[in-house]
Design a protein around this ligand. Structure first.
Ligand code: ADP
Length: 633
């Protein structure tokens, strides 16, 4: 086949430009990226060979070699791993399949500091291209294990690359960088120096489980010296705890997570006994943007006796801990185990239970020891963790114990349920909450008026999942979780110096006629009309019945494609409001009440609007309001 010259995809070209005119202060990371790719290729080959006996590949001496040629100023990273076919090279190296690339480019432009920009390289999986930070030409020769012919790819990073077949390529991949001219001012960046290479590998790739070797430069002597292995190849999780530094953990975290920041917390677990395993887990500092999407890649790396057998093993943690990264190394699993089998495996389920408890207890500990760190954690991952309140009843108490919530008690400091309970007023039996879009919209809601006036604390729940778990959980330490926008308030039980019970009874009598009449008139949409205990300022509000779905939940179910009937609401009137008072007077004075029907409907629509809903017939509502406004002029 003749040499093909092909164009890079637009995104790839943009990326290359960035690499060539590198914004990164730390160019050393290119070697980490290439070694990391090589290590992945060796992992893949070993797995492929395990799964397919007939694969004609040599797995007897898997390793990564680094070779330097001073005169030609080249540096080569060579592995004898899985390799790539001709098509794969075009697909994997010529384009950027990763949908996150646009986001990457955007973030890169926004990343002010070099440290941020640097980490983005790994995060978005553009590792290979980072070679262009230090090279003005890159060549890749590869042969896919089991295939006979090889492929040569070459590019100067300027918009095109060439592809050709080669006959005699060894199994695996060799990436050769034609290094940019040496900078005499700054020999810190001399990547032909053995010292420099040793240092980079030790720093970034020590834990790689394959030998990373430096191939000696050809000398004058007869026998060529042996290659020198640069990394210890020791799995961090297998080393004694006191021997491993935080830095080493962080390097591993970056390798498994593609995050450039340090993790917020490192969690280590060593299970002994009949089923032995080690786990090294990391809680990231930031929630990734796609955490709530279907495509989010979750899971831990699963090793069996130091051999990586699966990259994103979902079965090791429940979905609500999907942001946790890390490694589990089990002693007694089959190397051949498939995903399907893992989901059923008793041991894996045992590990999952244990890891879940360990993560939750670490969060609890974090809150006790380092409240700021906990605050960061909860801000980033609280919404995901709360999914567990629904899906994992066994750990419900542990989850409630580590959860915190925004509350009317403090503008900026979330509260725990425990502290809420400690602050409850005499006579208050329930934990009050309200769900909504934002703190502001909840605070301005009419449902909150009496609670605000009487200083009764309300939890402000603004995550979509909040709509659901509160019903499922129901209570905390015997205290009912009670929505301020549903059913009766229960506020009567809390002593109130402003209330006058005699007055209340009188009002009930006075309004009985109006309420009954309105209920009849508006029966199509409302199941009841009653006087409110929650309003102090607004004339009216609508509430859901205790066991009915709220409109937000109805919408959520509909968005998921389920059919749900619209539950009728309850209209509550504020007898202290002049509009309501005058309506009652008019009701009592008139024999013909047909003129009041529209006012009653308007009152209902205003209440619906106040909670962010839609009037029943918007056009009619607007017309009626406009007419009335006109009369005021
Ligand atoms: P990433 O490694 O984050 O996926 P890269 O741009 O570094 O991104 O590599 C793109 C893809 O090219 C890899 O996912 C892999 O499939 C393939 N690749 C890169 N280097 C090698 C290698 N040494 N051996 C086999 N495949 C490789």
């Amino acid at each position: 086949m003749p040499t093909e010259t092909l164009e890079f995809q637009v995104e790839a070209r943009q990326l290359l430009q960035l690499m060539i005119h590198s914004v990164y202060s730390n160019k050393d990371v290119f070697l980490r990226e290439l070694v990391s790719n090589a290590s992945d290729a060796l992992d893949k080959l070993r797995l492929a060979a395990l799964r397919d006996d007939s694969l004609e590949a040599d797995t007897s001496d898997l390793h990564i070699d680094i070779e330097v040629d001073d005169d030609a100023r080249t540096l080569t990273v060579r592995d004898n791993g899985i390799g790539m076919s001709y098509d794969e090279v075009g697909k994997l190296i010529g384009t950027i399949a990763n949908s996150g690339t646009a986001a990457f480019l955007k973030e890169l432009k926004e990343a002010q500091d070099a440290a941020g920009a640097e980490g983005l390289i790994g995060q978005f999986g553009v590792g290979f291209y980072s070679g262009f930070m230090v090279a003005d030409e890159m060549t890749l020769v590869t042969r896919r294990a089991g295939e006979s012919g090889g492929t040569r790819w070459s590019s100067r990073g300027e918009g095109t690359y060439t592809l050709e077949t080669v006959a005699d390529a060894p199994q695996g991949t060799a990436v050769t960088l034609h290094l940019k001219p040496a900078d005499p001012e700054n020999n810190l960046h001399d990547y032909t120096s053995a010292w420099k290479i040793r240092e980079i590998v030790k720093r970034y790739s020590d834990f790689i489980t394959w030998p990373v070797r430096l191939v000696p430069k050809p000398g004058d002597g007869e026998d060529t010296p042996e290659p020198e292995t640069l990394n210890s190849m020791k799995a961090l999780w297998a080393r004694p705890r006191e021997e491993v530094s935080d830095d080493e953990y962080h390097v591993l975290y970056k390798h498994v997570s593609h995050d450039w920041r340090d993790p917020l917390e490192t969690v280590r677990l060593q299970a002994e006994g009949t089923f032995e395993y080690q786990a090294l887990l990391f809680l990231p500092e930031h929630a990734p943007a796609d955490l709530f999407t279907r495509d989010f890649r979750r899971g831990l790396q699963l090793y069996v006796k130091r051999v990586l057998i699966m990259d994103d093993c979902e079965a090791l943690l429940p979905s609500y801990l999907r942001f946790v990264k890390g490694v589990v190394d089990a002693q007694d699993l089959s190397l051949n185990v498939s995903r399907e089998i893992l989901q059923q495996d008793r041991h894996i389920r045992m590990i999952q239970r244990r890891l879940t408890k360990k993560v939750l207890s670490s969060v609890k500990e974090m809150r006790a020891k380092d409240p700021d760190k906990y605050a960061t954690f909860w801000r980033e991952f609280g919404a995901v963790l709360k999914e567990g309140l629904l899906s994992d009843p066994d750990n419900r108490d542990a989850l409630l114990a580590v959860a915190s919530f925004a509350s009317t008690h403090s503008e900026d400091e979330p509260t725990t349920l425990q502290s809420y309970v400690e602050r409850m007023k005499d006579g208050q039996d329930d934990i009050y909450y309200m769900t909504g879009e934002s703190r502001r919209s909840i605070e301005n809601s009419p449902h909150m008026e009496a609670f605000q006036a009487r200083g009764i604390e309300v939890l402000l729940l603004t995550d979509p999942v909040d709509e659901v778990w509160v019903d499922a959980v129901g209570e905390f330490e015997g205290k009912r979780l009670r929505s301020v926008a549903k059913g009766e308030t229960g506020l009567d039980a809390v002593p109130d110096d402003r209330a006058d019970d005699g007055e209340k009874e009188k009002q009930a009598e006075e309004y009985a006629g109006l309420l009954g009449w309105m209920k009849e008139q508006l029966a199509e949409d409302l199941k009841d009309v009653r006087l409110s205990t929650r309003l102090t300022v607004s004339p009216a509000c609508v509430v859901s019945d205790t066991h009915d779905l709220t409109p937000a939940l109805e919408n959520m179910y509909r968005a998921m494609g389920q059919e749900v009937p619209t539950a009728k609401r309850i209209l509550e009137l504020n007898p202290g409001h002049p509009l309501v008072r005058h309506l009652n007077e008019a009701y009592q004075e008139r024999d013909d009440r047909s003129g009041l029907v529209e006012t009653a409907a308007l009152l209902r629509d205003l209440a619906v609007l106040a909670e962010g809903g839609q009037p029943k017939e918007p056009a009619r509502f607007v017309k009626a309001v406009a007419e009335r406004l006109e009369r005021t002029l």
